[in-house]
Design a protein around this ligand. Structure first.
Ligand code: KG4
Ligand code: ZN
Length: 389
C-alpha cells in the first residue's frame, strides 16, 4: 500500500493532497491566489512565490487533517512496523513552472522527506495532468465498492473514474501547454504535436482581457460564452497543414482583438484602437465570447480526430483518449467530447472537476507509479522551469 503526500506549487496554486495506492484521493486542498493576481490580470511570479511560502505549511496541515493520516515518527526503529495510516512517501511537482514558486514546494518536500526518513519523488506537472483522469475522490467512491471501476452514468464511454487504457492518445490543455502525446503508460510518453505560439489556456486568458470578461480569464470567458450565440460572429480556426498535429491560437486571438477594438491605427507603441470592449453591447460581447469558444474547442476536437488517425496509421492505435489541464474544465469541451465518443467509439478519460486545474492529487497519484517502478529521487532533486517530456 502507498499513502503519498503530494505537493504542488508550480504557478499560483498552493496545493497538498493525500492519495492512496495512486488512485483514491483522501484529501485535495488547493489554496488559490486569484485574489492576489487579479488586479494585474495575470500571475506575478514574485507575489506567487511569497504567497506559497506563507501558505505551504497550513495547506499541508489541512490535507493531513482532512485525510485523517499522520506522519511516521522519525524516531521509529529501522525495520519496525509501520502504521497503515502513515505517510509512506512525499511527492512534489518539480517541473515545469515558475522557478521561484517550484522551489517552495521542492524545499518543503525535501525537509519532510529528510526529517521523516521517507522517499521523495519529483513529478513532472505535465505528465501529472495526463494522470489526473484516473483519480477518484474517496468521498464519491464511498457508495461504490473500491476495487471496482466505477464509470460515469451519463455515457458508458465518456468515463470519469475509469482506469486509463494504454496506449493512449494524450492531450494536455493548460495555461502553458497545448500538446499531444503518444502515452505508453502513466510514466512514459512522447510529444507528437504542440502549439507553435499561444497555449489554448493562454489564448482564453488573453481573450478574457480583450473582452473584459474578468479574472481568472478561462472560467470567466467560458461563463460569458454560454450566454452568447456563436453563429452571430465569424472567427477563424487555424488547422495548419492538413496533416499537422500542431496548434496555433494567436491568429484567433488577434482576430478577436480586431473585432472588439477595430483595426489598429499607427505602429509599435503609438498603436491606437477605435474602441474597447466597453463600447460593445452586452449581447455582442457575449456573442464574440461564444464565437471564440466555438473556434477554440472545435479546433481541439478536429485535431484529436486527426491525432487518432495519425497514431493508427503509425501502427500504434490508441485504446483511449486522455485529456488533462485547466481547459479540460471547459463546458463546451466536455460537451463536445460526447460527440467524439459516439463517432469514434473510443473511451475518453477526462478528469473530475477538482482534478482539472492545478492540484496536488495528480502529483501524488502519479508518484505511486514512479515508486512502483523503483524510481525515487534524493535530496539533490532540482526545481526545473521546463518539462522533461
Ligand atoms: O492546468 P492549469 O490549472 O495551470 C497550468 O498548468 O497552466 O490551467 C490553467 C489554464 C488557464 O489558462 C485557465 O484560463 C484555463 O486553464 N481554464 C479554462 C477553464 N478553466 C481554466 N479555460 C477554458 N475554460 C475553462 N472553464
Ligand atoms: Zn497545470
Amino acid at each position: 500500500m502507498s499513502l503519498i503526500l503530494g505537493l504542488e506549487t508550480s504557478c499560483d496554486e498552493t496545493a497538498a493532497a493525500i492519495v492512496e495506492d495512486g488512485r483514491w484521493v483522501l484529501s485535495n486542498v488547493v489554496s488559490s491566489q486569484n485574489d492576489l493576481h487579479e488586479k494585474y490580470r495575470g500571475v506575478v511570479p514574485e507575489i506567487a512565490s511569497r504567497a506559497h511560502l506563507e501558505r505551504m505549511l497550513p495547506v499541508i496541515d489541512e490535507a493531513m487533517a482532512q485525510a485523517g493520516v499522520s506522519f511516521p515518527s522519525p524516531s521509529r526503529e529501522a525495520g519496525g512496523e509501520t502504521d497503515a495510516r502513515q505517510i509512506t512517501a512525499i511527492a512534489v511537482g518539480n517541473r515545469p513552472g515558475l522557478i521561484g514558486s517550484l522551489l517552495v514546494g521542492v524545499s518543503a518536500a525535501k525537509a519532510l522527506a529528510w526529517s521523516l526518513g521517507v522517499p521523495i519523488i519529483g513529478v513532472d506537472h505535465i505528465q501529472a495532468h495526463l494522470y489526473a483522469a484516473a483519480l477518484v475522490e474517496e468521498r464519491s467512491a464511498k457508495s461504490e465498492e473500491r476495487g471496482n471501476t466505477p464509470t460515469e452514468n451519463r455515457s458508458p464511454l465518456l468515463a470519469l473514474h475509469s482506469p486509463i487504457l494504454y496506449p493512449a492518445l494524450g492531450l494536455v490543455i493548460s495555461g502553458g501547454h497545448t500538446s499531444f502525446f503518444a502515452v505508453a503508460s502513466p510514466t512514459r510518453m512522447r510529444v507528437i504535436g504542440q502549439t507553435i505560439d499561444d497555449a489554448v489556456g493562454e489564448a482564453y486568458d488573453k481573450a478574457a482581457v480583450i473582452l473584459d470578461a474578468g479574472y481568472p480569464g478561462g472560467p470567466k470567458l467560458d461563463a460569458l460564452a454560454r450566454t452568447g450565440n456563436a453563429q452571430a460572429e465569424q472567427l477563424p480556426r487555424s488547422l495548419l497543414t492538413p496533416e499537422s498535429l500542431d496548434f496555433s491560437f494567436s491568429g484567433l486571438k488577434t482576430s478577436l482583438l480586431y473585432k472588439v477594438r477595430g483595426h489598429p491605427v499607427g505602429r509599435g507603441k503609438k498603436t491606437t484602437f477605435q474602441r474597447t470592449a466597453a463600447d460593445l453591447t452586452p449581447r455582442r460581447r457575449a456573442d464574440l465570447a461564444a464565437a471564440f469558444q466555438q473556434a477554440a474547442i472545435e479546433t481541439l476536437v478536429v485535431k484529436i480526430e486527426r491525432a487518432l488517425g495519425a497514431l493508427a496509421a503509425g501502427a500504434e492505435p490508441a485504446r483511449s483518449i486522455v485529456i488533462g489541464g485547466g481547459v479540460s474544465a471547459n463546458s463546451l469541451l466536455r460537451e463536445s467530447i460526447k460527440g467524439l465518443v459516439s463517432r469514434r467509439g473510443i473511451p475518453v478519460l477526462i478528469p473530475a472537476m477538482p482534478f482539472c486545474l492545478d492540484n496536488a492529487a495528480m502529483i501524488a497519484g502519479l508518484a505511486h507509479h514512479h515508486l512502483a517502478e523503483g524510481r525515487a529521487d534524493d535530496l539533490a532533486l532540482p526545481a526545473m522551469a521546463s518539462s522533461s517530456v
